[in-house]
Each structure stands twice: as C-alpha cells, then as structure tokens.
Design a protein around this ligand. Sequence first.
Ligand code: GLN
Length: 534
Amino acid sequence: MPKFIFVTGGVVSSLGKGITAASVARLLKSHGLSINIVKCDPYINVDAGTMAPLQHGEVFVTDDGAETDLDLGYYERFLNINTCRNNNITAGKIYQSVISKEREGKYLGQTVQVIPHITNEIKNRFLQASKGYDITIIEIGGTVGDIESLPFLEAARQMRPDRNHNDTIYIHVTLIPYLSSSDELKTKPTQHSVNKLREIGIDPDIIVCRTEKTISREIKNKIALFCSVPQEAVIEAPNAPSIYHVPDILKKQGIDEQIMMLLRLRSKKWDYEEWESYVNKLEQSSNWPSVKIAIAGKYTQLKDSYKSLVEAISQAGIANSVNIDFSFLDVQNKNFYTDIKKVAGIVVPGGFGDRGIEDKINTVKFARENNVPFLGICLGMQCAVIEFARNVLDLKKANSTEFNQKTPHKVVDIMEEQKTIKEKGGTMRLGAYPCALKSYTLARKIYGKNIIKERHRHRYEFNPKYMKACLKKGLIVSGIHKKMNLPEIVELKNHPWFIAVQFHPEFKSRPLSSHPLFDSFIAAAKGAEKTQKT
Ligand code: GLN
C-alpha cells in the first residue's frame, strides 16, 4: 500500500513548508525509500503561468512543459529528480476537470458538489501520484483557516479513514513567535492553528515549529500537551544557515525515524554522504573569496522572482569555491549604470514586456564592449541579439516584435505557430527541447556533449534569417533546435565569456550536480574579479 505524508501550514504563510516537505523527502530518500512529492495550490489559476513573478515568485518549468509553483524547484533540487505536471495540483485544474466531466455527462443525474466530486477528483490525483512509490509527500499550499484550501484539506483528511490508519500521516508546520517586550516564545498561535486543523478533522502526528529562538523543554511539553502529540514529535525548526541545512536539523531530532515508525516502514539503507559533504562545503564557504554577480532585471524587489537562477549561480559558486555576492540591479534605477561597473559578471535574466528593455540592451552592450563575463537567459539572449544587430550589424532599428511590431529588422520574432494563438495560458514554447551543439564552440566545450536538453518558456525566437550576418561579424549560433531550425545559444567570438541562451538552464541546476554553463560562467567571473583586483 502506498503511504502518504500530508504537510500543512499554520499561523502565517512563508514558513518554509516547501523546504520542510523537501527536507523530509531528502531524508526518507536517503533511507532508500522511493519518494514522490506533490504541491497543491489552492488558487483558481489552472497553473502558475499567468501570474506575475512579483506576486508569487518565479514560475518553475518542468521537462514536460508545466508552468508550476516554485516549490517544485525545491523538490527537484533536494531530491535530484525531474518533476512533471502531475507534481503540481491547483484548484483551477481540479475544477476545470470536474466541470468538463459534468458537461460530458459523466455525473448525469447528480448534483455536482465540493464533497464528494471535487474531493474525489483531488484524491484520485493523490493516488495517481503515489503509483510506484513507497511514500508520496503532499504539501498543501496556503494556511489552515483559509477558505481556498478547505477542499484540499478535506481530501487529505479522507485519505486516512479511506485506507489503513498507518498509511497516512500529517505534519503541521507552524510558527512560535518571539515577543521581545516580554522575552517570551508564544505557543498560542500554534494551539489555535492545530485546533483549526482538528475542526477539519485532521489530527497532526508531528508539529514542526518555526522559531527564531531555541524552544525550551517546557515549551515543547506545552505544545505536545495542547496538540496531543508525543514530546519528541514537536520538532524545532530554527532559522538555518542555509535551506540545505534543514534536513540535518530535522534528522537530529529524529523526524525520519518517527515517520517510518508511524508509517510502519523500515530503513533500507542510509545514504547521506553526498548531501552531508555539500552542506560541509557550504559551511566552509564563509572563508572563500567572493565574486560580485549582477542580475540586471526588473523583478529585483522580490528575490523569489529569480529563485532558480540565484540557486544555480550559488551552486556554481560552491563548485568554484567562491561566495557569490549578488547585486540585484533594477535596470531602471538611477544608479544602475554606476553599479553595473562594479561587478565581475552580468546576467540578464528572462522577462516579459518592454519596460526596461532599452536598459537591458545597453547592459549587454556594456558587457560586450568591456569584456565582462555575460550570461543572457531567454529575454537576455533576445536582448543580446538586438544589441548585436543594432551596434555591430548597424541595423539601428533592429528589435523584437514583442516590443515593436513595425520594426524593419525583426531580429527576434514570434514563431509562425504562435501567431494564431489567442489564449495566454500554457501556450508558450514550454518544456524541454533538444538542442544540437556546434563543434569547436565554447558551448560545446562547456557541456562536453553534442546534444543537450534544456527547458523553455517563451513565445519569441532569434529570427534564423539573421544567423549568417551575425556569424560573419562574430556572433556564433552554437546551439540549434534542428527540427524547427531555431537558434538556441549564441556566443561572441572575440570575448572572454559571452553566452546567451534561449532556454532556462537554471531549472536544471542542483546542489548535487551544479550546471556546467553556470559553473563555467562563475569560473570566468572569478578570473575577471582577479584581473580587476590586480
Ligand atoms: N518575453 C520573451 C518571449 O516571450 C522572453 C521570455 C522569457 O524570458 N522567459 O519570448
């Protein structure tokens, strides 16, 4: 029988439920158990693709082209796996499917209701996700008490009585706030949120307490008593030096042993060395030199907008034994052009819309002319192509049709099949596409193979008509999607390190296997930093 762990959250949002769920998954995987992990998002959007990054953080893209919540990025990074569209269930998807079944006549004669139709649809997806795995971890987004998450919590509740009692457990992640005026940690919000869970019919088995101060034995006892769990099931989760320390913190309190006991499972092995050595490296990193990297974009107020990118660059930092000193530079800020001069490497990340676009193009120009290591990602590559066309090919009005439909030089253009698309949701070029690398190029050398597969999320493309002219003047297309003749990677011949890619390599970087493109970029920036200092 597949086993389920439901992870809920109480008191406030942004407690790190995703990191807790991923950490638990990492520990159980290290015990040799096969784990799947699913995020439930209670919003009505069918997927995260139509939401602004400044609201919900980055949109994470899977190999199979799903636009998902950024928690899937944590799952991939912690478990070193590729997730797919079934790893993210939204209320929008559930309602869409129930309503279309209703229209097809699948429920003829019935009144279609939240219970049982919506909850059954949710449970079916839980069961589907569990096929072939020892344990499926299901994180329920939102905070207990929200109206939106009720159907998901109800489905989670039903999973226990539906099956053997020992096949399902509930972990509640909550906050123990510290009041400085009275120098006290407060348990009341946790008691209330557990009561809220109980009202729904869920009795948590383990309580993970996020806290800024050490929780005393007395407080643990109090939480255990009020929440009817054994004292060892009250797990302390203080602010960690990094998210990758969290599995260790939970392990030290025996969360994995407790889970296996509750689910009547045995450890098959203990394989934790690789993770431990990564965390050890992180600890040593405070003594390493730092390298200043600019992310020149427009979603810089919310760091989560560039979550996977920051992770990928940091992981490359670890691989290169340097600390990354991030400069999140808003291209429209008045100090931008002064600040950009102080960095050792520049990334122009993905983005949508024309706000700040000219400044991004100028940023590429600066990197190209001053030999600063440059990595352009998606929109960043499109800016690199526009810049090169304007300033090297002398096509002064060159542009992308995303920003100017009437440009005489459509160096970046919408694909033919995109032209007829009216709906915005899930219709971009999405997911993993193969890309053939050209021999004797930097990209080919970095990847060390001829064919790569990277994930895409965009509508516009480098117009292949301009490939030849670019090549003549030194901008080489070093990667191509052959089937559709789409340029995927460009690099500058006469530049120490200048690569721009149409895909998002950041989605495939993992702590236990950092990404070659980022590794190489940081190595170049590290070199540049040295040159600048001497
Ligand atoms: N706006 C551009 C496009 O749709 C780039 C998208 C991106 O950077 N993800 O093609």
